[in-house]
Ligand binder design. Structure first.
Ligand code: ADP
Ligand code: MG
Length: 250
């Protein structure tokens, strides 16, 4: 689904991503691990159109998507999750989900005048979809809670929920498990697995928790110093000498 070819992202003279090549296969939950500073988040940001690459190419389903802006990629089904923005903290959980799809009829002033009936029915459909998503993620009891009041783990679930408001194809998750308690981490893992199996989402997941990675991801790609160091099953990776050395070296 995604192919990255000899990607570079330099900040001044510093090579954060230094010739990375990798593939994310359709239908996989691919893990991306590596020591702090390996260039994982930078790689995600280049793939998702947040940062321009210094050189190299990114393909999605064979089409060159290098440098396309995030909103264009969003419409193609490529999503990267972000921490919940501050401005959404005072909105309810359901409202946060309802504003994801964008391009709603209500966003145009003319439509506001001429299509009130249509807007209301679209709003009802959005609300129904939001409630389905909350149900799927087992946080339906939080629908009317202000997003700012959620725990760290619940916010991560809401982030995942935002990807379900559109028909995503491939979702990039950057450390969704960080700082989340064991129970919620399990719920997040279940949700990722179900989205993968039942809705055919492809995932690429950056995560430090090796239990989480081993349970969820195949294959696992290891990055170090801006390059891909190894790729394989979680078991293979954990026995790979170069990988062990990269982790011990930091
Ligand atoms: P990871 O996610 O693997 O921990 P990052 O991609 O966040 O690593 O960062 C890789 C390296 O690039 C780090 O050394 C970081 O300090 C550096 N870096 C990241 N973003 C910038 C930036 N905007 N300007 C300068 N250096 C950056
Ligand atoms: Mg990072």
């Amino acid at each position: 689904m995604i192919r990255v070819e000899d990607l570079h992202k330099h900040f001044g003279g510093f090579r954060a991503v230094d010739g990375a090549s990798l593939e994310i296969k359709t239908g996989s939950i691919t893990g991306l691990i590596g020591p702090n500073g390996a260039g994982k988040s930078t790689l995600f940001n280049v793939i998702a159109g947040v940062l321009e690459p210094t050189s190299g190419r990114v393909f999605m389903d064979g089409a060159d998507i290098t440098g396309l802006p995030p909103h264009t990629l969003f419409h193609r089904g490529l999503l990267r999750t972000f921490q919940l923005a501050h401005e959404f903290a005072s909105m309810t959980v359901r409202e946060n989900l309802m504003m994801v799809p964008g391009n709603q009829a209500g966003e145009s002033l003319l439509n506001t005048w001429f299509a009130r009936g249509r807007i209301r029915s679209e709003e009802r459909a959005l609300r129904a979809r939001a409630d389905e998503v909350l149900d799927f993620l087992t946080i339906d009891h939080l629908a009317d809670e202000r997003a700012g009041n959620l725990s760290g783990g619940q916010k991560k679930l809401l982030e995942l929920g935002r990807t379900m408001m559109v028909d995503a194809k491939v979702v990039f998750l950057d450390e969704v498990g960080a700082g989340v308690n064991r129970t919620l981490l399990g719920t997040i893992a279940d949700a990722i697995q179900r989205l993968n199996r039942e809705r055919g989402y492809t995932f690429c997941v950056i995560e430090h928790d090796m239990d989480f990675i081993a349970r969820l991801c195949d294959p696992v790609i290891v990055m170090a110093e801006g390059k891909v160091l190894a790729e394989g099953s979680a078991d293979q990776i954990m026995q790979n000498e170069a990988v062990i050395e990269a982790y011990l070296g930091t």
